[in-house]
Ligand binder design. Structure first.
Ligand SMILES: [Zn+2]
Ligand SMILES: [Zn+2]
Length: 334
């Protein structure tokens, strides 16, 4: 039996976290202190303040029992796709959130460090700098060398096909839900790009985030992490996939039995539970009264399997995948 990593320790008492938000340090509306106070009111245990291309370690509300995950968001306009004669317009982008440890634990960024463009990139009069995929990878490599993990943001809003962003190496996750994109554009609500990416034989986790800019973006989507409440433990849990993502429902257990080919999930009351897999279409069970708290799926040999739980109000939660054969087994870290 393969348990998804988040549930190996029982699947309860997880930490609630915000991994992607903006403040007045870049284009957000809330001050960093106000943002932290509101996340605390929403029951969060940790927050990463990830303003655009300016690094943060600082706890702007030190009286609150909140863990601050150091981080920022980097963003570049990518122009490989317009290198075809006659096609000069469009705005395809790479945005990645970077998260790292404390400076004394090997983080190579400084507080308030503003990120400069990679060598060879161009400055445009419109702000975002232009880069190619290869140049951008050098930039990501530097971020990883400075002790930070990265995840890929809002694939749908970025209007960048999977065949472009799948060239990025070293990300641990992709955004499966982005509150701001969902509320403003009805985008990035369920990340079909996640399966598209993984069906190429690559493992990736899914994170739900607010990408908070306005105050009412706050508290719509989060991660639940199985970790001790400190920066290093939370980062290790994220790297190991010991978390699930949610806009409301709770998930308590998820495993796959290799002998029977069954996947089993336990959760808070749900109206729909869906099992996504590499080989074959998704499988779905419904509950008319919205009170289903367990589902079993006969998966056969799915390659990987991941679960989406939807409650009667339409709020979703997502497990990370369980890899059931190569090449996805790399996700089943012990
Ligand atoms: Zn972004
Ligand atoms: Zn953002």
């Amino acid at each position: 039996m393969i348990k998804q990593q988040a549930f190996k320790n029982g699947g309860r008492n997880m930490l609630k976290g915000a991994l992607h938000c903006h403040t007045t340090r870049s284009d957000g509306q809330l001050t960093p202190e106000e943002l932290l106070r509101r996340y605390h009111e929403h029951g969060y245990n940790f927050v990463a303040i990830t303003d655009h291309r300016i690094y943060n370690y600082k706890n702007f509300a030190p009286d609150l029992p909140l863990t601050i995950i150091p981080g920022m968001e980097v963003n570049m306009r990518i122009y490989d796709h317009i290198n075809h004669e006659g096609i000069k317009s469009g705005s395809r982008q790479f945005h990645n959130v970077c998260l790292g440890p404390a400076k004394e634990d090997g983080n190579g960024f400084e507080q308030d460090e503003c990120i400069t463009m990679p060598a060879g990139a161009k400055t445009t009069e419109f702000g975002p700098q232009e880069s190619t995929i290869r140049e951008y990878q050098k930039f990501l490599d530097e971020i990883h060398a400075k002790g930070n993990l990265t995840f890929y943001c809002h694939p749908q809003w970025s209007a960048t096909p999977v065949r472009y962003f799948d060239k990025q190496e070293g990300n641990i996750a992709i955004e499966v839900r982005n509150t701001t994109c969902a509320r403003r554009f009805d985008m990035d609500v369920d990340a079909p790009q996640w399966d598209d990416y993984m069906r190429q034989g690559k493992m990736l986790y899914g994170v739900a985030v607010d990408d908070t800019h306005a105050a009412d973006d706050l508290g719509g989507a989060w991660v639940m992490v199985d970790a001790e409440n400190n920066v290093n433990a939370i980062l290790e849990a994220l790297k190991d996939g010991r978390f699930y993502s949610s806009c409301g429902p709770e998930i308590y257990d998820f495993y796959y039995d290799a002998e029977t080919g069954m996947a089993v999930v336990e959760c808070s009351p749900a109206a729909k539970i869906c099992a996504h897999r590499a080989y074959g279409p998704a499988l779905l069970v419904r509950s008319e009264d919205g009170n289903m708290t367990r589902a079993e799926f006969k998966m056969g040999s799915p390659g990987y399997v991941r679960i989406t739980v939807t409650d009667k109000d339409g709020n979703r939660a997502w497990t990370n995948p369980i890899g059931t054969c190569d090449p996805w087994l790399i996700g089943n870290r012990e």
